[in-house]
Design a binder for this molecule. Structure first.
Ligand code: FDA
Length: 405
């Protein structure tokens, strides 16, 4: 007769390994199964190889979910300060980059190694590559049939993450299991993803690919699934569309068919820089060309593109009518454009949607109607803003679950 595990965790990524280590150290017998040859791949590629492992400012307001209150309990029990303490205890050097984002000084591999060490401390058994073929609940036990035999346990933890980057083994397995047990799943959608455009106003911006600048962006609306957002961050123009932190953040709120609004004057009027009105109304600028006027408040190449778009390239400012000046100001401060779509799962960092939080207990991550079945990490309908919040959710949800096993 096979051993009966306290829990089988399906998915040895951020949430799965973290949960396994804690539960193991609480003397639970834990088996982790993963279908990948190499574990922790998403951690390895995260933060440009340095893993933005948490954020000093993580709070419930940094998450999108149909139930924004769901994250509160788990985040309060395991805040970013707790994970930072763990990182410090492994003497992993880190630094703060921008708005509380913490990155390893050296390599994301240090976080993966730390998770493995935590698992080893808890005598966790990790088997991979193993394919979980089916999961059933029989006579008070969970039965996981794999390509390598049958395993039995008191609990099953689904931690197979979201759909981004299928090339490194992302699957919808947790969502499939949720559906098998009649749990509602909120439609998954790529998030923190670049936006693409077909034509129109975007056409002459394509030539500026590579340009990055601070902007203000707004997307979504009060009535849409996750409400409206405003971010003041950098935007990056690419050959395929718009990217950079500002656009990735806005993509999570953007609703297909709707516009996004960009104020290209993100840096104008701040830190002592001139505001648009100051530049536009300065009599001394009368003899300057339109593009050089615009270049006082934005990068030169962008200024030229906007002047060109309104047929004002080379035109002296004194010759530009009040109405045209107003049109130009509207264009650069309230640029409203309809994205054609996103660059999809290949380029997304996270998944919106997932297992409906209504189905789960926020203290333990257990399915309310299926004792012993848990969902943690990205497969749950909880999606963080850019900046380390998604890993913090993986740690916090894994911690809540580990203490309930
Ligand atoms: P994760 O994806 O980590 O783990 C899932 C595991 O399940 C994998 O090991 C996979 O092999 C396994 N699996 C999948 N299907 C399976 C199946 N059918 N059977 C068995 N095993 C299966 N976040 C952040 O906070 N800071 C950052 O810097 C970044 N950077 C970043 C960059 C890029 C390019 C991406 C794609 C994503 C990020 N993220 C991020 C997001 C972050 O990686 C993500 O939120 C967490 O890894 C989610 O943790 P999970 O454990 O839920 O899934």
């Amino acid at each position: 007769m096979n051993k009966i595990w306290d829990a089988i965790i399906i998915g040895g990524g951020a949430a799965g390994l973290f949960c396994a280590g804690i539960a193991g150290q609480r003397n639970k017998k834990i088996l982790v199964l993963d279908h990948a040859e190499v574990l922790g791949e998403k951690i390895r590629i995260s933060g440009g190889g340095r893993c933005n492992f948490t954020n000093l400012n993580t709070s419930p307001s940094h998450f999108l979910s149909l139930n924004p209150h769901f994250v509160k309990s788990a985040l309060a029990r395991y805040p970013s300060s707790a994970f930072i303490k763990l990182v410090q205890s492994y003497r992993i050097a880190y630094h703060e980059k921008h708005q509380g984002q913490l990155f390893c000084d050296e390599s994301a591999k240090q976080i993966i190694d730390m998770l493995f060490s935590e698992c080893a401390k808890g005598n966790v058994l990790i088997r991979h590559p193993v394919i979980a073929e089916s999961i059933s609940h029989e006579s008070e036990q969970w039965v996981v049939k794999t390509n390598n035999g049958i395993e039995r346990s008191r609990s099953v933890v689904m931690a197979t993450g979201g759909l981004p980057v299928p090339a490194i083994g992302a699957t919808a397995y947790s969502l499939d299991i949720a559906k098998q047990f009649q749990l509602n799943v909120i439609d998954p959608r790529p998030a923190l993803v670049p936006l693409s455009f077909t034509s129109g106003e975007f056409e002459n911006l394509v030539e500026l690919a590579g340009l990055s600048l601070p902007i203000r962006i707004a997307a979504g609306s009060k009535g849409s699934r996750y409400g409206a957002c405003h971010f003041h961050e950098d935007l990056l123009l690419t050959h395929k569309g718009l990217s950079g932190p500002a656009v990735l953040q806005a993509s999570s709120y953007w609703v297909e068919g709707e516009t996004i609004q960009i104020d290209w004057l993100g840096a104008a009027g701040v830190n002592g820089d001139l505001s648009c009105d100051e530049v536009f109304n300065d009599e001394e600028n009368r003899l300057k060309s339109t593009e050089s006027i615009l270049a006082s408040v934005m990068p030169q190449r962008l200024a030229k593109a906007f002047a060109e778009q309104k047929n004002l390239l080379g035109r002296k400012w004194a010759e530009v009518s009040k109405k045209d000046r107003q049109v130009l100001k509207e264009l650069i401060s309230h640029w409203s454009v309809k994205p054609a779509g996103t660059l999809g799962w290949k380029k997304a960092e996270v998944m919106l949607g997932g297992v409906d939080t209504k189905e789960l207990d926020g203290q333990t991550m257990m399915a309310r109607n299926h004792s012993g079945l848990y969902f943690i990490g990205e497969c749950v309908d909880v999606t963080g803003h850019l900046g380390g919040h998604n890993f913090q959710w993986a740690w916090a949800s894994g911690f809540a679950c580990a203490h309930a096993l």
